[in-house]
Design a protein around this ligand. Structure first.
Ligand code: CP3
Length: 328
């Protein structure tokens, strides 16, 4: 959940004046950037350097990733004709640079460490396509949902197919796990989530079952959806900080794994506050198998890297202590 390595000075140095999409076309550079956090900190996994918009670039959607703004779409999706233009993806032809990056990283990465492939979930991708950029209220997105449900469902269906093939290709190229980022779906009510968004994420997870790698479903503002998300076919459910980890896990069920859930803003505070919050997350996880310690959302750009390093060390020591006390 480093969204992004942008807090690392070595990332900024490698990226220079290039845009994220320019960097994306260079697999050696992307592979190096993917590995940068692991060269600094004893992390368990690397997440591939790409953006949630990468598959849409692959199928010809014109867009930019603007610094401090995020994705900006040249011609937002407004109706059925725009949806019809969204063609299926052929990953080897449409995003060859991404698959090459995965192969390069998997070759170089310590075999004991996992490589995470990812994609944006249909709702989050649809919201960027419709709004044209990030949004606070998602009013254009919701207007389409309510006003033109047939167009909405056609768009979500096409996105679900693109995401499925895109993730399948990442596993074939070396991803050990696949994560779906449903970042903005929390703007919906639980009933609208059930009707307008959940069927498409569920369709992706079920279609990927035969790939045989663990699947992570990440969302934010989804505390009131966890009772639904647990049944959508993912192995791990991401939890943000708006719900306590033990409460969330009880809803999700202890037969599933959870990821989370430190508020990334806590890292803007002094170390004793960070430590207290991290300890609370770990105590609520209570040493159960199946907790991936993580932030509830991405790092804020002004975060001091040294605090991140200290946090990783703290969590690492805690899990080693627990492993030792299990053995004795
Ligand atoms: O973090 C990493 O380096 C891993 C790769 C990664 C990026 N984007 C690269 C990136 C991942 C996992 C993402 C996911 C992503 N992108 C999400 C889902 C996760 C989440 O945060 O909810 C979303 C919603 C996006 C869309 C997006 N791209 C946003 C909102 C932004 C931030 C804009 C800003 O600067 O505040 C981006 C830009 C982006 N994507 C950066 C990186 C490294 C930072 C800008 C840059 O370096 O050019």
């Amino acid at each position: 959940m480093r969204q992004a390595g942008r807090v690392l000075p070595e990332y900024r140095a490698k990226k220079g004046k290039m845009s994220l999409l320019e960097v994306s076309a260079r697999p050696e550079l992307c592979a190096e950037i993917t590995l940068q956090p692991l060269r600094r900190m004893p992390l368990d996994a690397a997440i591939i350097y790409a953006d949630i918009m990468t598959p849409l670039v692959g199928v010809g959607v014109e867009l930019d990733i603007v610094e401090a703004v995020g994705p900006v779409i040249a011609q937002p999706v407004r109706g059925a004709a725009d949806v019809a233009r969204l063609r299926p993806i052929e990953p080897e032809a449409d995003v060859p640079y991404l698959l090459e990056t995965l192969r390069l990283v998997r070759r170089e990465l310590d075999p004991a460490k996992a490589l995470i492939g990812f994609a944006g979930a249909p709702f989050t991708l649809a919201s960027y396509l419709i709004e044209g950029r990030g949004s606070r209220n998602f009013l254009l997105t919701k207007a389409m949902m309510y006003e033109a449900p047939d167009v909405w469902h056609a768009l979500m269906g096409r996105l679900a197919d693109i995401v499925t093939e895109y993730l399948r290709a990442q596993a074939a190229a070396g991803a050990d796990l696949l994560q779906l980022f449903d970042s903005w779906v929390g703007c919906l009510s639980p009933a609208d989530f059930r009707e307008y968004a959940a069927p498409y994420s569920a369709r992706i997870f079920h279609a990927l079952r035969d790939v045989g790698v663990p699947l992570i479903h990440f969302g934010t503002n989804t505390a009131t959806f966890l009772d639904q998300m647990k049944d959508h076919g993912a192995d791990v459910i991401g939890v943000d900080w708006r719900i306590a980890l033990d409460d969330a896990w009880r809803i999700i069920g202890h037969d599933k794994a959870v990821q989370g859930n430190l508020d990334p803003a806590v890292l803007l505070g002094p170390w004793p506050v960070i430590e207290a919050h991290a300890r609370d997350v770990l105590q609520r996880a209570a040493g159960r198998p199946g907790h991936i310690f993580n932030l509830g959302h991405g790092l804020h750009p002004s975060t001091d890297v040294q605090k991140v390093e200290r946090l990783v060390e703290y969590v690492r020591e805690d899990s080693e202590r627990r492993a030792m006390s299990r053995e004795s």
